[in-house]
Design a protein around this ligand. Structure first.
Ligand SMILES: *Cc1c(COP(=O)(O)O)cnc(C)c1O
Length: 368
């Protein structure tokens, strides 16, 4: 029997940089500063430089990054925020946390990303102007059609917050995801392309006033210590995670290149199979957070692969508008079709060539 192959492996990410990560953690432990110190300031600056934005504000996790960024953009009770339903619940949970109402728009059938045509139609509805913000999700590491989305948003007076939790380093027309919208939210959950060894997140942007607002919101609304200017809360990124993220950031491009090679290996080996392979939109360089194939027999394929010790993910099995907490009586045919057919083959920077061949052989064995 093959050794078990998983769709993500955060421990392998740690072991690949163990000496540097151990040294970074030891440095923080010895420093005596554990929250909002020099490691966070350095990481924020280094990540802003990497992205090519004016600034980055570290927060406690990706969900908070979305919520606090939306609040900084003026989103609150009574507002409507457009997003997609084939995303992790966190995107929608963060919108609801601001007091706003999520409005689900369908995805493009090929890319499974927010569809500019469907967005145009939704914005043209009578209550279109009431849409306060749009949250495109760069799902699986594939950039959304940001030029079209920005153009529509500007024409309708809506703000744009990019959900970049799966797209650290991806580009569209040579410009990174996270630099297109009014603000961008990142998660550094351990399995993300840029992962901490615990929870962490960040908001990125270029408007200094907006970033200052996020800085207030992440710590009780304090402009000066112990005096709240606005209603904020605690969403801090600690020094240990910031120091780890600085190490991981230095490896991000190399690890994304490994992901890209693995994706190319899958695409070459599975071309012509009875599976729908990932579609890359023109001008996009994805970072392959997931390698997602599609088949109406998804559950059977997944079960077969598990018997072969190849463990795949399903992102996401139930679209958010069909989940009890966020149920809405809308029909999103392409979103629903995506959720019923997607399967993420194992892909992470720690995956060796022989493991990929094992996964490919297992898939081909099922297809016949
Ligand atoms: C991971 C993720 C989030 C949430 O990030 P957390 O750090 O887990 O709060 C939000 N959106 C997307 C698309 C994600 O993949």
């Amino acid at each position: 029997m093959n050794p078990r192959i998983f769709s993500a492996d955060p421990k392998a990410g740690y072991l690949a940089a163990k000496p540097e990560i151990d040294a970074a953690v030891a440095r923080v432990l010895a420093s005596g500063t554990y929250i909002h110190g020099p490691e966070l300031a350095a990481f924020e600056e280094e990540f802003a430089t990497y992205l090519g934005v004016g600034g980055v504000v570290g927060v406690a996790n990706g969900t908070d990054a979305i919520e606090l960024a939306l609040r900084a953009l003026g989103v609150g009770a009574g507002d409507k925020v457009v997003t997609v339903a084939n995303t992790v619940t966190a995107t929608v949970s963060a919108i609801v946390a601001t007091g706003a109402e999520p409005v689900f728009v369908d995805v493009h059938p090929d890319t499974m990303l927010l569809d500019a045509g469907a967005l145009t139609a939704r914005l043209a509805q009578a209550d279109g102007p009431a849409i306060k913000a749009i949250v495109p999700v760069h799902l699986y590491g594939h950039p959304c059609d940001m030029p079209a989305i920005m153009d529509l948003a500007r024409r309708h007076g809506a703000k744009v917050l990019e959900d970049c939790a799966q797209a650290h380093g991806a580009t569209l027309g040579g410009k990174r995801t996270g630099t297109w919208g009014d603000l961008a939210a990142f998660s550094f959950y351990p399995t993300k392309n840029l992962g901490a060894l615990g929870d962490a997140g960040a908001v990125a942007g270029t408007d200094a006033a907006l970033l200052d607002r996020v800085r207030l919101l992440r710590q009780y609304g304090w402009k000066t210590r112990y005096v709240s200017d606005v209603h904020g809360r605690n969403s801090r990124l600690d020094e240990i995670q910031a120091a780890i993220l600085r190490v991981r950031l230095g490896r991000l491009d190399a690890e994304n290149a490994v992901r890209t090679n693995l994706a190319a290996t899958y695409t070459q080996a599975l071309a012509g199979c009875a599976l729908q392979l990932p579609v890359i939109a023109p001008g996009c360089t994805p970072v392959w957070h997931q390698y997602v194939v599609r088949t109406p027999q998804r559950d059977a394929l997944k079960a077969h692969l598990e018997q072969e010790n190849v463990f795949c993910g399903v992102l996401y099995p139930v679209p958010v508008h069909h989940q009890p907490a966020y149920a809405q009586a809308v029909t999103l045919p392409h979103t629903e079709a995506a959720c019923a057919t997607v399967l993420s083959l194992p892909l992470h920077p720690g995956l060796g060539p022989s493991e990929v061949q094992t996964a490919i052989a297992a898939v081909r064995g099922w297809i016949g």
